[in-house]
Design a protein around this ligand. Structure first.
Ligand code: SF4
Length: 210
């Protein structure tokens, strides 16, 4: 077992580390999170294809100064306290204060999944840089608009709760049942997940089958 992140008395083994992107998948749908991060299934739909193209610009780590503000692209992130690892699309530093900006393609995701992901980035930045990160923004490529997100105590607490739940899910390596609701419509994994297909004879009978 290799300990790669350490925080005071906390030691995280490689298999205990939680990718920041998994938080967003989990909040949207726990089954989607397990399919991607346990079963390693990934399928493209119009949003993932657009997203990949949109992220190409922010995939190479680099720093620039734009209109007098330092901007870092593809900044590696981690939290020793939470055992989190990932990367920020963009972090701006107006007045020296980190301001993460996550680029999004497609509609706003259900259950404020994007906000949880962005706040997790902020928690990492606070720990890495030793400064408060009170807010950040989600940038929607289609409308080219930013929506500012305040990192409230409630949102921070939710992130910490979700990190623990995702860690449990990844360790159990189990597949939660499908949510089978409107979220499936925009999910690229619907073809692998088959959320509306009865799995057993009992399901068929309950649904009125013979
Ligand atoms: S198709 Fe529905 S249940 Fe399946 S992973 Fe996607 S959102 Fe979740």
């Amino acid at each position: 077992m290799t300990d790669i992140l350490e925080h005071e008395e906390v030691f995280w083994a490689q298999e205990e580390l939680v990718p920041i992107s998994a938080l967003q998948h989990y909040v949207y749908c726990p089954r989607q999170c397990a399919l991607i991060h346990v079963e390693q299934i990934w399928e493209e739909n119009i949003y993932t294809l657009r997203g990949r193209r949109a992220h190409e610009r922010v995939e190479t780590p680099e720093g620039i100064v734009r209109e007098g503000i330092r901007v870092e692209y593809a900044l590696p992130l981690w939290s020793r306290r939470l055992g989190l690892v990932g990367r920020a699309d963009v972090v701006e530093f107006p007045d020296g204060v980190p301001y993460p900006v996550e680029h999004k393609v497609g509609p706003r995701r259900a259950r404020h999944a994007d906000e949880v992901q962005l706040c997790a980035q902020a928690l990492c930045l606070e720990e890495m840089l030793g400064v408060g990160v009170p807010k950040g923004a989600l940038f929607y490529r289609a409308s080219r608009r930013r929506r500012e997100v305040a990192f409230t105590p409630e949102l921070r607490a939710e992130v910490e709760q979700v990190v623990q739940e995702v860690r449990d899910l990844l360790q159990r390596m189990s597949l939660p049942p499908p949510v089978a609701d409107t979220r499936c419509r925009d999910c690229s994994l619907i073809g692998s997940c088959l959320p509306f297909v009865p799995k057993t004879l009992a399901d068929l009978r309950q649904g009125g089958g013979t």
